[in-house]
Design a protein around this ligand. Structure first.
Ligand SMILES: [Zn+2]
Length: 74
């Protein structure tokens, strides 16, 4: 198993491996800021959303701020 680091880090950004379809869900939702975590990534990994297709690592951040949850601070 050679998985990349993922999970929550500071500023509420989540690192996920997403296939194109699942990534599109985040784009379409409008509630998340999503971008490639590593534009130089050469090897696709299993999508951790559907667990079937292959995709890239993405950084996903909630656009909506919820007070009292997570404690995001600049
Ligand atoms: Zn997927």
């Amino acid at each position: 198993m050679r998985k990349r680091k993922r999970g929550k880090n500071r500023s509420g950004t989540i690192l996920l491996t997403l296939c194109a379809r699942c990534a599109q869900q985040f784009y379409d939702s409008g509630e998340h800021i999503i971008r490639r975590a590593d534009p130089d990534q050469m090897v696709k990994d299993t999508c951790c959303y559907c667990g079937q297709r292959q995709g890239w690592d993405y950084e996903i951040k909630n656009r909506v701020k919820r007070s009292g949850e997570g404690g995001e601070s600049l």
